[in-house]
Ligand binder design. Structure first.
Ligand SMILES: Cc1cc2nc3c(=O)[nH]c(=O)nc-3n(C[C@H](O)[C@H](O)[C@H](O)COP(=O)(O)O)c2cc1C
Length: 314
C-alpha cells in the first residue's frame, strides 16, 4: 500500500489541534528501578473490563521496561505540574531524583501530587507503527476533584476553563438581561469573558494579516525584549515543553522569522522583529479600540487596578 505524502511537521500540527491531558506513566524495570515518561496519548477504552490505553515511542529509553512490565501506573497531572511534565519528558538518567512518590501496584511509582491516578495490570501490547500501544486493566484508581487538570494543546501547556457561554444566564430568566445574576457580577467570570472576547478577535487577525499563529506570536513577543535566547529559557517563558518548542522553532526558522545560532540558541531575524513590531501594533490597536469604549481616565484606572491585584496575589 502506498504511503500518503504528508509533511511530518504539518501532520503533527494538525494532530495537535486535538487537546489532551498530560500524564506521567510509570513502572519499574527488571532491576526494580523506577521508570517514567510524560505521555499525552492516554485514553479510556472500555468499562467492562475497565481498560485504558496509551502509546510509547519505540525510540524511548524506557520502551523495554514498559514492554515487559506486568503493571504500570498512570499519573494524570494537575495544572501546577508543568515542571513534573518537563522532567519526565526529558531523557534524564534519574527523573525520580526530585519526585515525591510511593510504590503502587507491582512497584509502579505513584506521584504524591496528581489530578487522577490509575494503577493498571498490562492487558495487551499491540504494534502501532513507530509506537507500541499498551492497554492496561485498571485495578485501582483515585482522583482529586479540586485539582484542575493540566491540558496540552497545539504544543503548549494550557489550563481548562469553563466556557464563557456556559456562564451566561438564559434569556428566559428574569434577571438575565439586567444584572446577569451572581455570575454577571463575578470578577472571575468578567476577566475570563474579556479574555475570550479579546483573543477571539486578535488571533484570527494575526493569522490573516501576518500569517502567524498564537504559538509563534508568543515566541516573537518574548524575543522582542530578548532577541537572542536559549531554547531552555524560552521553554519556561512560553510554557511549551522543549520537544514542542523545537518543532515550533524549526517551523519559524523555515519561515525566516528566527535562526539557530547553535543547537540551543535562537536569534530573531530582521524579518522576525519586523513582524513582531507589526504584531505589537496590531495588539495595541485592538486593545485601544476596546478601551475606547470606556472614558479615558477609567480605561487607565482599569489597567492600574488589575496590575495592583496581580502584584498583590503573586
Ligand atoms: C506533553 C507531552 C506528551 C508526550 N506524549 C508522549 C506519548 O504519548 N508517548 C511517548 O512515547 N512520548 C511522549 N512524549 C515524549 C516523551 O515524554 C519523551 O520522549 C521522553 O523523553 C521519553 O522518555 P525516555 O526516553 O526516558 O523513555 C510526550 C512529551 C510531552 C512533553
Amino acid at each position: 500500500m502506498s504511503q500518503p505524502d504528508f509533511d511530518p511537521k504539518d501532520f503533527r500540527r494538525a494532530l495537535s489541534q486535538f487537546p489532551t491531558g498530560v500524564t506521567v506513566i510509570t513502572t519499574v524495570d527488571a532491576d526494580g528501578k523506577p521508570v517514567g515518561v510524560t505521555a499525552s496519548s492516554f485514553n479510556s477504552v472500555s468499562m467492562e473490563p475497565t481498560l485504558v490505553l496509551w502509546s510509547i515511542d519505540k525510540g524511548a529509553h524506557s520502551l523495554s521496561a514498559f514492554e515487559k512490565a506486568e503493571h504500570f501506573a498512570v499519573n494524570v497531572l494537575g495544572s501546577d505540574q508543568v515542571a513534573t511534565s518537563n522532567n519526565f519528558a526529558s531523557r534524564g538518567e534519574d527523573k525520580f531524583a526530585n519526585a515525591a512518590y510511593s510504590a503502587g501496584l507491582g512497584g509502579a511509582p505513584l506521584l504524591d501530587d496528581y489530578a487522577a491516578q490509575f494503577e493498571c495490570k498490562t492487558w495487551a501490547v499491540y504494534e502501532g507503527g513507530d509506537h507500541l500501544i499498551l492497554v492496561g486493566e485498571v485495578i485501582n484508581y483515585r482522583y482529586n476533584d479540586v485539582i484542575e487538570p493540566l491540558v496540552f494543546a497545539r504544543g503548549h501547556y494550557a489550563i481548562s476553563a469553563q466556557h464563557p457561554e456556559t456562564m451566561k444566564s438564559p434569556s428566559s430568566c428574569d434577571n438575565a438581561n439586567t444584572d446577569g445574576g451572581f455570575v454577571g457580577d463575578y470578577l472571575l467570570y468578567l476577566v475570563r469573558n474579556l479574555y475570550q472576547e479579546l483573543s477571539a478577535s486578535l488571533y484570527p487577525k494575526l493569522q490573516s494579516e501576518c500569517d502567524i499563529n498564537p504559538e509563534e506570536w508568543r515566541i516573537l513577543a518574548r524575543m522582542d525584549s530578548c532577541p537572542t535566547i536559549s531554547i531552555s529559557d524560552l521553554t519556561g517563558m512560553v510554557l511549551q515543553p522543549e520537544i514542542a518548542l523545537r518543532q515550533t522553532a524549526d517551523w519559524m526558522a523555515e519561515k525566516g522569522l528566527v535562526e539557530y545560532q547553535s543547537k540551543d540558541i535562537l536569534k530573531v531575524t530582521a524579518k522576525g522583529s519586523g513582524i513582531a513590531a507589526q504584531l505589537r501594533d496590531l495588539a495595541i490597536a485592538e486593545e485601544a479600540e476596546l478601551l475606547s469604549k470606556l472614558p479615558a481616565n477609567e480605561a487607565g484606572q482599569l489597567k492600574a487596578n488589575l496590575k495592583t491585584l496581580i502584584e498583590k496575589l503573586s
